[in-house]
Design a protein around this ligand. Structure first.
Ligand code: ADP
Ligand code: MG
Length: 221
């Protein structure tokens, strides 16, 4: 389903020193798996996730999502991304001027189309599944942290992505809400058969996944 081989990424720190963040990352994720990648702060978790999300280009290595070579020059990465990849970030990044339902439906507007009836029904179904159907008409400023995160999860799933990428999805939430979100990811993985890759510094969050890898010294173990 997803295969990374020999992924390398370095950054220059501005003073001519090269920071080799990823030094040959190999990762295979099967369809329907829930994978967690742990690592301390600064170990390269976000860099790796941004490469998976085609937001960052690696210096070397290969990346296939299904049969698609995600690193081929000239492919329309933003279109691939919108269709195949859902993102859940540490901050929920909801648009303040749209209702919760409007935010969930936002990715369906990418081709300047209106959401169709099926998409609106699916948005409602996702909001029910994640327990936020009651706040559909509310604006982000009026939502609790946990509610906003659930809405962001629905938005990440509305296009039925091949894969959901989550970067420290519970980083700013209290422990109880964090556990609820992690359990919700596990439920999403089961009920919608969504493939999930989550990076986190928290062993407790990682426990909700089927497989746990650690990133250390630029490689996965
Ligand atoms: P994590 O998410 O595990 O905390 P990151 O992937 O964000 O780690 O960062 C890994 C290392 O790469 C850090 O040392 C960070 O400073 C560096 N880094 C990340 N992005 C950039 C960038 N755009 N430019 C320079 N250095 C970066
Ligand atoms: Mg990070």
């Amino acid at each position: 389903m997803l295969k990374l081989s020999g992924i390398r990424k370095s950054f220059s720190d501005g003073a001519n020193r090269i920071n080799e963040v990823l030094r040959g990352v190999d990762l295979s994720v099967q369809s329907g798996e829930f994978v967690a990648i742990t690592g301390v702060s600064g170990s390269g978790k976000s860099t790796l996730l941004n490469i998976l999300g085609t937001l960052t280009e690696p210096d070397g290595g290969s990346y296939f999502l299904g049969n698609e070579n995600m690193l081929t020059a000239g492919v329309d990465r933003s279109a691939l991304r919108n269709r195949d990849i859902g993102f859940l970030f540490q901050q929920h990044r909801l648009l303040p001027q749209l209702t919760a339902l409007g935010n969930v439906l936002l990715p369906t507007l990418a081709n300047a189309k209106k959401p169709d009836k099926e998409q609106i029904e699916y948005a409602e179904e996702l909001m029910k599944l994640t327990g936020v159907e009651g706040v559909a008409a509310q604006y982000p400023a009026t939502l609790s942290g946990g509610e906003a995160h659930r809405v962001a999860l629905c938005r990440a799933l509305i296009m039925k992505p091949k894969i959901l990428l989550a970067d420290e999805p519970t980083g700013q939430l209290d422990l109880e809400t964090s556990a609820q979100i992690a359990a919700l990811l596990a439920a999403t993985n089961c009920e919608l058969a969504t493939t999930i890759v989550m990076v986190t510094h928290s062993e407790e969050m990682a426990r909700f996944a089927d497989k746990i890898y650690a990133i250390r010294e630029g490689v996965l173990e």
